[in-house]
Design a protein around this ligand. Structure first.
Ligand SMILES: NC(=O)c1ccc[n+]([C@@H]2O[C@H](COP(=O)([O-])OP(=O)(O)OC[C@H]3O[C@@H](n4cnc5c(N)ncnc54)[C@H](OP(=O)(O)O)[C@@H]3O)[C@@H](O)[C@H]2O)c1
Length: 251
């Protein structure tokens, strides 16, 4: 491991790696020396991220098309088995995939959309963690699990419906898991609130906003890299902001 390659030799899964923050995080981790497992629903988008990594001659990534809308356990078991066979263990897991759902009052919210958002943003993450934890426990050194939160997951906001509630649940899942793993493993567990970031999801949530005025995904990567790196050993059970006045300060 070197200062510029803090993730050298590590195997890290990024969910939602085909677009937005997930794609940028995958590139960031590959540039830091990691073999990145690119998980997402749309294979073409994952292939594009793969090609970007290849173009920079970074460690070869792996494309894992996977739909977190699945509530059956079998696909998650099969995914874990596949990773075990090909990589043996995981050193990091960035849980970044998510959907926005509707922006509407609760009494207008479609029940099927509510269940879909909760499945992808919460239940799918639980199932991934449940089946990938044994591989994280096998990490030869430290390992890192990063959840993705939001400011509407800390204080509820009108019309954000299931998305807001799912992010509260994400913060809760992070805290429960962090406490369970405290003092018993080398796995640290934290959550990142990216803050307003220029992606497709942000544009859908704020359609009249000029994307040029919004922070680019590359600008929030210092925290994503730091928490995934051994330099963050000891940071555990925290929910940190990637930007803004309370942003976590990195040397
Ligand atoms: N951008 C912001 O301002 C902001 C602010 C706060 C928090 N966040 C959080 O940051 C994370 C990334 O958001 P983003 O802005 O980068 O959004 P994005 O560009 O819409 O990316 C979301 C990613 O999640 C994947 N995904 C969605 N449904 C999936 C499913 N069923 N199975 C597997 N993958 C699925 C998408 O892949 P497919 O399209 O292929 O399904 C996509 O790669 C999310 O958790 C979001 O809530 C973002």
């Amino acid at each position: 491991m070197t200062a510029t390659q803090p993730l050298q030799g590590r195997t890290i899964m990024v969910t939602g790696a085909g677009y937005g923050i997930g794609r940028e995080a995958a590139l960031t981790y590959a540039r830091a020396g990691a073999t990145v497992l690119l998980l997402g629903r749309t294979q073409e988008a994952l292939n594009d991220t793969y090609d970007l990594i290849e173009a920079e001659q970074l460690p070869q990534a792996a494309v894992l098309p996977f739909d977190l809308e699945s509530s059956e356990e079998t696909p998650y078991q099969q995914l874990a088995q596949l990773i075990k066979e090909h990589f043996g263990h995981l050193d990091g897991l960035l849980l970044n995939a998510g959907v926005l759902g509707q922006r509407t009052p609760i009494d207008n919210y479609h029940a099927d959309t509510w269940l879909k958002v909760m499945q992808i943003n919460v239940n799918g993450q639980f199932l991934l963690i449940k089946h990938l934890l044994p591989l994280l426990h096998k990490a030869p050194a430290d390992a890192s699990i990063l959840f993705t939160s939001s400011s509407v997951g800390r204080t509820g906001r009108a019309y954000w419906g299931a998305y807001s509630v799912s992010k509260f649940a994400t913060e809760g899942l992070m805290q429960v898991l962090a406490q369970e793993l405290e003092n018993t493993s080398n796995i640290r567990v934290n959550a990142i609130n990216p803050g307003a970031t220029r992606t497709t999801m942000r544009a859908a949530a704020y359609p009249v906003e000029n994307p040029a005025d919004v922070t680019a995904p590359s600008a929030i990567m210092p925290l994503y890299l730091h928490l995934m790196s051994p330099a963050a050993i000891g940071i555990h059970g925290q929910s940190l902001d990637a930007q803004g006045d309370n942003a976590f300060l990195i040397d």
